[in-house]
Ligand binder design. Sequence first.
Ligand SMILES: [Zn+2]
Length: 353
Amino acid sequence: MNMFNLRRGIKFIVAVIFYYSGIFVFYKRFIRKGKVTILMFHRVTDTFFDISLLVKKNTFEECMKYIAQNYPIISMDFLIQNFDKKWEDIPEDSFVITFDDGWIDFYESAYPILNHVKTPATVYLTTGFVSSKCSYWQEKLNNLLTQILTNKKVFLKTDNIVSTPEISLKLRDLILKNDGMLITFKFINYLKEFPHDKILKTISDLEAILNKHSMKISEDKHRSFANWDELNSIKDSNISFGSHTVNHTILTNEKTNVIKEEISKSRDIIEEKTNRNVLHFTYPNGNYNDDIKKIASKSYKSACTTKGGFISKNSDIYNLNRIGINDEMITDWKGNFSKYIFTFSVFLESLKK
Ligand SMILES: [Zn+2]
């Protein structure tokens, strides 16, 4: 048993003890009482460079079956309609299922499972991603950095790899520290502090360097995001579409005019393309502030963040907590869905308020 499996084995034992202990009874009776859990999924696929965003197809199927058999699942619309005044109408221990970004695997893998268990869900679409192969800058950057890291020497010889000097220095520093795969994640996190146009410029600078040295940029052969025809073919009224901006811009790094455009234009596009009302919004990367919240409240009935925690009748409707789920959080050391680990992980995430 390697360290990774050992850690997961220990987590499993702790989760089983938790499930049958007095803490769980206390948690169910007092902490979860009168609360709603909004789950956040991204990709339902077996491989992706960022494992924090994926749940494997089998895991997702078992997870949905488990939730559907053991808890009420309500739609985002139902939650918002009953918020505050009619909170008693919301069944005890309810779950809301949400997906961010509009990946193609929502359409190919998640939707058939949701349809099978007759479960409502809301998919928050980034309109600029719809139909595209690789518009998610993190994914693009990962492909570029994979190339760059195999040709480190060329890049270390080049001054100002990127036109923004501080970004260039940071990348050089990360390459020199030689953290392997962590370089990508550290660099992505670092870039999240910058306005979207600077991030895109960094990516085009890196592409230019690769081209200059005639290095092939590995491209995805498969389309990453669902297209409008696929989204429109989901006639099931159980699935609703929300908005997640046009470009997945981290709104806290932008000026007011960009924020307004990202927030309202995405709604207009989805309404026009799908002929459905778009009532709900999620902040890219979960980032917002009071001004952004105010702007969102003019176009939507609710807005979700990526912060853990449950929803109660006193929650802020434009700052709704969600519990992000990935494969490791709900599977045992063998990679199989485990109700013990699922329950324990939701409990742990609910403490992150
Ligand atoms: Zn997103």
